[in-house]
Design a protein around this ligand. Sequence first.
Ligand SMILES: Nc1nc2c(c(=O)[nH]1)N[C@H]1C(S)=C(S)[C@@H](COP(=O)(O)OP(=O)(O)OC[C@H]3O[C@@H](n4cnc5c(=O)[nH]c(N)nc54)[C@H](O)[C@@H]3O)O[C@H]1N2
Ligand SMILES: Nc1nc2c(c(=O)[nH]1)N[C@H]1C(S)=C(S)[C@@H](COP(=O)(O)OP(=O)(O)OC[C@H]3O[C@@H](n4cnc5c(=O)[nH]c(N)nc54)[C@H](O)[C@@H]3O)O[C@H]1N2
Ligand code: SF4
Ligand SMILES: [Mo]
Length: 730
Amino acid sequence: MLFGRNVKNPVKMADKGVVKWTYSTCGYCSTGCSIEIGSNAAGKPVSTRGVGGADVNRGKLCLKGIFEYQVFEAPGRGEKPMMRNGIHEPYRSVNWDQALDKMASEIKRIQRSYGRDSFAIVSTGQLLTEEFYTLGKLARGVIGSNNYDGNTTLCMASAVSGYKRSFGSDGPPGCYEDFEHTDCLIAWGSNLPEQHPIIYWRLKEALEKRKFPLIVVDPRVTMLAQFADIHLAITPGTDVVLQNALIHVILAEGLEDRDYIDENTTGFEELAAEVQNYDPETASKLCGIDAETIRTVARYYAKADRAMSIWTMGINQSTHGSDGVVGINNLNLVTGNIGKPGGTSLSITGQCNAMGTREWSSCSGLPGYRVLEKPEEREEIAKFWGVDPEFFPKQRGLTETDIFPAIEAGDIKGLWLVATNPMTSMPNTDRIRKTLEKLECLVVQDCYADAESNQYAHIFLPAATWAEKEGVFTNTERRVNITRQVKAPYADSKSDLEIFNLLAKRFEQGQKIEFPERPSEVFEEMKQLSKGRLCDISGMSHDLIEQKRGIQWPYTEDQAKRGEKGAQRLYTEPRSFRYKDGRAKLIPLPFINDNEVPDEEYPFWLNSGRLVEHWHTRTKTGKIGNNNKFSPIPFMEMNPEAAEELGIRHQTYARAVSRRGDAVVMVMLTQRVPKNMVFIPFHFFDCVNRLTLGLLDPHSRQPAFKQQAVRIETVDQDVAARMNKASRNY
Ligand SMILES: Nc1nc2c(c(=O)[nH]1)N[C@H]1C(S)=C(S)[C@@H](COP(=O)(O)OP(=O)(O)OC[C@H]3O[C@@H](n4cnc5c(=O)[nH]c(N)nc54)[C@H](O)[C@@H]3O)O[C@H]1N2
Ligand SMILES: Nc1nc2c(c(=O)[nH]1)N[C@H]1C(S)=C(S)[C@@H](COP(=O)(O)OP(=O)(O)OC[C@H]3O[C@@H](n4cnc5c(=O)[nH]c(N)nc54)[C@H](O)[C@@H]3O)O[C@H]1N2
Ligand code: SF4
Ligand SMILES: [Mo]
């Protein structure tokens, strides 16, 4: 007789018939996991697995990486270029020459009629670095519009701005290995287990080996908060107050690192004077954390041998985003925690190549962290590309969040969206819809034709995606890793690199400048331009990157010759910051509350963010069954006590209303949010971003996606259910 396991069907692993594994890097988040794509005998990708020897993920993947081979054939892929005269006409398929000829002639017409900057370009954090560099060359050196930016303004702009203000340059100074050395970690507005599952796994592994305090600052009880030793459920948008109060306690109790401050910083007196105003009792009234807890956390952080902070969108997406980053840097500088193992200020980036675009896309300046404002840097690039330096603007143009209002105002008439879907991802999407409708020409270049922004386009260019092409990404810890091509571009789509090159040839100046066709040749150009820069990659090559499963920059030719690893940390030497005197700046941060805050009419905070199973606007994960099934419809987290007062039950529909618009969503009752807050994931079209306001940070121009006010209303359940069925749902 058979018992137990033996009577059950044994678990069978489907034999997918993999005959070949191709090395790649995950194309979703900025963790930068090394991944192998398995193809069957017919050359079709049928599997993905983590790479064991890779330093970042050591064989692991999260559920997005595990099913990533399904993105290639998912429904909605763009098959052929399409065109139409007006956005109310149906699209017709055309060939590439017709689409690109039309695009080039529209760019020229618009620039001739309204000026060079009247045609804008908005790109992304999700192209390969070689593609970013090439788009930068095309935008800055050929088309010559200064209104060229990326969706990174919705994402990383505050981190970039804060790093520049504190250290004199962008560039996250730490790495994942810092978890293994730190004695205290504060995570600010960052939900690692869901948004960076493999970085979280690295943190958890470090905690299992050696316990240290984990402190989480987040108004919501996220999964990371559930694992924390101390959770500070902060009042939204007030992190700067808490930072000032922590420094107040540190200085009042003499816990600062005097030697480090004297040797490496300027501005200490001004900072000390400002934080005088933030004694824990006063701060407590503003940020909602009790005074004793502020003191405890300050002592933990300052007394730890090595302390580090990580942060993500809870800090960046705020009207105090840039200040919040500077505040974290201040805290680390006064405690001497920069550039040492376990002592750092590490921005956790977002998209797979959020770093690559910062380094090489020329969005905010010129390649290799050069800026338009410095004549010698303009000269250098102009000479290298073979253009007249006078062709470059002398200062940075509009950011994405200023480009849309400029379209509204009639200053911009044409727009090219490359791998970004603002109809779902920008704040106040009703306004974005009206804005897009005003354009004389909108070009959408996307791997999926059903990206919502494409409903408003005149020209659609189908792009290849991820491992249908070849090139590098840079992850959160400055690690450059490679994606190898596993299959040909889907249908008649083309790699973004090829599209840029084909468009360049349609301009006189584009015929004069060299646009190499192969990604490895583009990489060689970048290497040349990186020599002596902070982001030096001159010791790398595509093959070496694959061999080492990613290399961290800076990595010079000398380092390569000596067979060293890439640099794990920046600013490890005294006075090695990027300001002329080598010192970092301590910057006082007076706090003014300028958010939309709840009031009688709109009594709830509206918070928004992400879920582990979905990626952004769901053009990918919405179609992958094993991702989508966990959250197939929009929902709203709401506190049970608040719901009871309003007569709202679990798993019924309710309407959230803001001053901008409304959205009907399924209610999920949970203690994860406080009584005066609701949380709605932003992955769904015509949902939370109909409600958001998106006030801008004055330094970074990044929108505050996480702080606005709404009221909640009951709705007729049958009507809501019918509406929900009728709305687009994969
Ligand atoms: N599964 C998945 N992973 C992703 C992505 C995805 O779409 N899906 N996107 C990637 C990208 S581009 C990014 S930028 C990252 C984002 O990664 P995260 O920033 O970790 O994710 P979010 O959910 O946007 O926001 C994080 C937290 O900020 C908190 N928060 C809100 N207001 C405040 C505040 O005032 N102060 C503080 N301290 N916290 C606040 C929210 O409650 C939320 O829990 O994730 C990346 N990883
Ligand atoms: N309410 C709210 N809104 C938010 C946020 C929030 O927390 N709350 N977070 C913000 C943040 S941090 C971010 S990063 C943005 C993200 O916002 P988006 O960038 O608009 O979101 P994605 O869905 O990633 O859009 C990328 C597009 O590029 C396409 N694509 C993918 N790969 C390729 C490729 O190789 N080539 C081409 N040409 N196209 C490709 C995809 O199909 C998709 O349409 O959203 C922001 N919006
Ligand atoms: S953690 Fe990020 S990089 Fe790693 S598999 Fe998941 S989505 Fe991909
Ligand atoms: Mo992001």
